[in-house]
Design a protein around this ligand. Structure first.
Ligand SMILES: Nc1ncnc2c1ncn2[C@@H]1O[C@H](COP(=O)(O)OP(=O)(O)OP(=O)(O)O)[C@@H](O)[C@H]1O
Ligand SMILES: [Mg+2]
Length: 251
């Protein structure tokens, strides 16, 4: 089977890309899906969040894209899902574009042979540079986590333009299939107002499921656990599972 490749993308920092990538992957795994999680951010937050000491790793996504090790050798396992970890080495990619003869298709070519996964989720860095474009060039779908805050919509125009450029130049099949409202707090009037305007502007591109602000979601990574391991009966676990049910239904 050909996996559905999904990039978690938003050039705005701290909006929930990594949290969503991790817990969507864990939720899909709970629903019986075979999932590969790719950390494609030099910050390596995803890798650290799974309790993996990223800075000690010799084999990472960077060594794979450089052609130094085969993909299978760099993969790690966490609670039934496969993880392609990152560390700070990946930062070099942004500055050494010329060293990648396959250019924007470098990651795509490395993931091309994977047939034993139904979903590949790629956690992008908070930028729209060469690393992110590589992730978008190999993806079929983009999920955009968005917080319902005053400035949330400000970066959306720029992000949409960048996505359009990638669609034209590298990947005509790419589509934005999901805006994920994150860290939602219904008690905040502004959250509700912005939620309404986002649904108005983006329509059915916005997932019905809303990820609520929930302290255990933020705590789980410090224990190297997903929300389903750390707090399986929390609002966070409930929201991510319902999001995953929506994702599976949409396919
Ligand atoms: N639903 C939630 N409830 C509470 N805290 C959350 C929730 N989602 C994310 N957070 C917290 O918000 C912060 C930012 O989240 P995260 O690291 O996932 O964002 P990001 O977009 O990946 O950031 P970066 O752009 O730096 O990669 C983290 O401390 C995370 O634990
Ligand atoms: Mg992140």
């Amino acid at each position: 089977m050909k996996p559905d490749i999904i990039a978690l993308c938003n050039q705005k920092g701290g909006v929930g890309k990594t949290t969503c990538a991790l817990n969507i992957a864990a939720g899909l795994t709970r629903l019986g899906k075979k999932v590969l999680l790719v950390d494609f951010d030099p910050q390596a937050h995803l890798t650290y969040s799974l309790g993996i000491v990223a800075h000690d790793l010799q084999k990472t996504v960077y060594s794979v894209i450089k052609g130094l090790v085969p993909l299978e050798e760099a993969l790690l396992e966490h609670s039934g899902m496969s993880v392609l970890p990152a560390n700070i080495d990946l930062a070099q990619m942004e500055n050494e574009k010329a060293a990648f003869p396959e250019g924007e298709f470098t990651l795509k070519n490395k993931l091309a042979g994977i047939r034993d996964k139904e979903y590949i989720l790629i956690d992008c860095p908070p930028s729209t540079g060469f690393i992110t474009v590589n992730a978008l060039a190999c993806s079929r779908e983009i999920y955009i986590p968005l917080q319902m805050e005053f400035l949330a919509l400000k970066g959306m125009g720029r992000l949409m333009n960048r996505i359009e450029e990638v669609q034209k130049s590298f990947n005509k099949n790419l589509k934005i299939s999901g805006i994920i409202p994150t860290r939602f707090d219904a008690r905040k009037k502004l959250n509700n107002a912005i939620m309404d305007s986002i649904r108005e502007r983006f329509g059915d591109k916005v997932f019905s499921t809303v990820i609520r602000e929930n302290i255990v979601v933020a705590e789980a990574p410090s224990f190297g656990q997903t929300i389903f391991e750390y707090a399986p009966r929390s609002h966070g676990a409930e929201d991510f599972l319902s999001l995953c049910e929506e994702i599976v239904k949409k396919k």
